[in-house]
Design a protein around this ligand. Sequence first.
Ligand code: PEP
Ligand code: MG
Length: 315
Amino acid sequence: AAARRTRTFDGHGRTRDGHDVPLLANIGHPGGAASAAAAGAEGVGLFRTEFCFLDRADAPGVEEQVAQYRTVLSAFPGKKVVVRTLDAGADKPLPFLTAPGEPNPALGVRGLRTATRDPQVLDDQLAAIARATAAESAEVWVMAPMVSTVAEAADFVARCAAHGLTTAGVMVEVPSAALTAGPILARAAFASVGTNDLTQYTMAADRLLGELAPLSTAWQPAVLELVAATCRGGARHDRPVGVCGEAAADPALAVVLVGLGVTSLSMTARALPDVAAVLASVTHAECVELGELALGSDSAEDARAAVRARLGVLE
Ligand code: PEP
Ligand code: MG
């Protein structure tokens, strides 16, 4: 255990046989960007911009947003940074975007859906991201949360293009998006699977309810099937498919995801060394075998136990 705690990450995620799997960081508040870079993150796979504005009554101005976004971009010169547009609603209400009193906020007007009611907030945010991008050398990818349909993906890509933001993608965190990943990725440049919400919506289990924890795990074979479907959609159009949910931070699950076709993993920076170490211990072909082992299991518990046994990780 002591050895695990002192492990570090050399800044290059790869399997034992040299198949590159970039290991990226999830960033909430911009203040976390510098330490994520110091931890060796190869870029940012998820910048949760709503964390900048959780306590705000009014929508932030463009100038203020530019400053916050530049803080993150400047910590990753020349590196990829995936900036997610505001994911307001459900567990992260924003007073200036979230309508009170919805009976089921997780199924309500959250994420990209808020842009139908209030397009100016998204437009201002894209303007701010474009200005921050022009001022820094990071390679900026823009991503929409809670996309459910091909039309939403196409509309988001068009809105980004209007601001000169050419690498626009979507989160896949709703089963409908996973099942239509082919046509979605014919329009969008990339996808990133949000396993936290994808699990919640696949299993119909509130992610905040501890009592449902046995259901609320991305080890569920049904969730893994949807990840595999997303990867097939990406492969059809030669688009990268990352994972930025908590599943990417579980080393045994991370190699399963790679085996299902996931091309990058984004996680809390402190998980990087352990994920990198397990990834470096297996070949890509072994990842594929582990993915098949998990998909073929009857339960989350069986999948996890089978994969960990094969990896030689003790429970
Ligand atoms: C997810 O749903 O997996 C995700 C990464 O987004 P968030 O946790 O911010 O909802
Ligand atoms: Mg989510």
